[in-house]
Design a protein around this ligand. Sequence first.
Ligand SMILES: NC(=O)c1ccc[n+]([C@@H]2O[C@H](COP(=O)([O-])OP(=O)(O)OC[C@H]3O[C@@H](n4cnc5c(N)ncnc54)[C@H](O)[C@@H]3O)[C@@H](O)[C@H]2O)c1
Length: 358
Amino acid sequence: MLQMTQEWMEQDKALREQYSKNLKIGEEILYLSWQDCQDTGTTVEEIINATEQGMIDYSLKKTEMPAKIGIHPMQDSLMHAMPAYLPDQYACGIKWGSNFPDNRKLFGVTNTNCQIIYNDALTGMPMAIMDATWITELRTPATALVSIKYGGNLDATTWGMIGCGIQGKANVRMIEHMLPKLEKIYIYDVFEQAMDDLIAIDQPQVNAEIVKCSSYEELVKSAEIITSAIPIAHVPNPPVKDEWVSKGQTLVCLDCHTTYEDAVYKRADKYYQDSIEEHALLATYGVYPNGLPTITGETGEAAAGVVPARESKDELVIFNNVGMATEDMMCARIIFDRALEQGLGVKLPMWGSTKGMK
Ligand SMILES: NC(=O)c1ccc[n+]([C@@H]2O[C@H](COP(=O)([O-])OP(=O)(O)OC[C@H]3O[C@@H](n4cnc5c(N)ncnc54)[C@H](O)[C@@H]3O)[C@@H](O)[C@H]2O)c1
């Protein structure tokens, strides 16, 4: 548990006073849609930096963030409750996020959907309810980029993306922020249309040539660094064979152990998780039926320099980042500040006509 110190309280009071000029905290809530989040003009660099700080602060134990709990109404679906408090940042709130892999097919709506309730850390009052699909779309590739920063070769000319949905597209759009020398981006998805859609949307936005692969094997044997984001299977049936993966590669898993055969994780020279506690909880849900490999440390620890990052070009380095609320709240703080300054969103009354109990 992390409690308010005098120093944090002074800092928070000053910020609260500033916010109070534009929002009656305790009487109204700012509602921010996906479009409002986008309209704040928050840049990819800001999201990458905020995400990295969220990962570091978590690993240095400067935050309060319990492992996410969840419910799973449909086959392979998840709904996760993700609270976090980052006292240094006056950021506090909860994300309620879901992934239902059959949504598009069955109901014609997106598979991923998330909201954040963003709170005042001094009173617990909600200050904003904001879309968090926009934040999730960007901060998740940002976790991959932070991983690549510490575990990859930044001169790499080849990178691969397995899974071409929302995450696949966003990862492709953002990759050159960390790997500016890329010449080829290899992609693979079981649905050909998803690859074609990705190319149509993303090719005009990146310099490297996007190459459609005809198999996992082709992609894995072509790319120095690979990011994967396919639906997390509750009974894993990994499509990528151990023999296709080489020493020296960097694998960033945004989908737990869904993509690679278990032997790959077990022979990694370095294996990081974003939150060891989080993955230990996932293990109790049966996500890791073959057990976990030896853990080198947390991704944020590698970023903070308290555990070694990649040490030689021959190492097989793997990151398993399931996503953390500290990253979301860091980004939510930027969005909230900007939206309030710019007058974006809609203010909703908390109490109707009664104003609540005084
Ligand atoms: N780590 C994190 O912080 C984080 C955040 C958001 C999403 N995710 C995870 O990333 C994954 C993808 O999320 P999304 O929002 O892009 O979903 P999405 O539904 O938009 O995309 C998934 C894509 O994977 C493809 N696919 C399905 N099975 C496949 C397979 N076996 N091989 C190759 N491609 C396959 C689908 O055709 C689809 O294009 C999910 O597992 C989600 O839970 C992780």
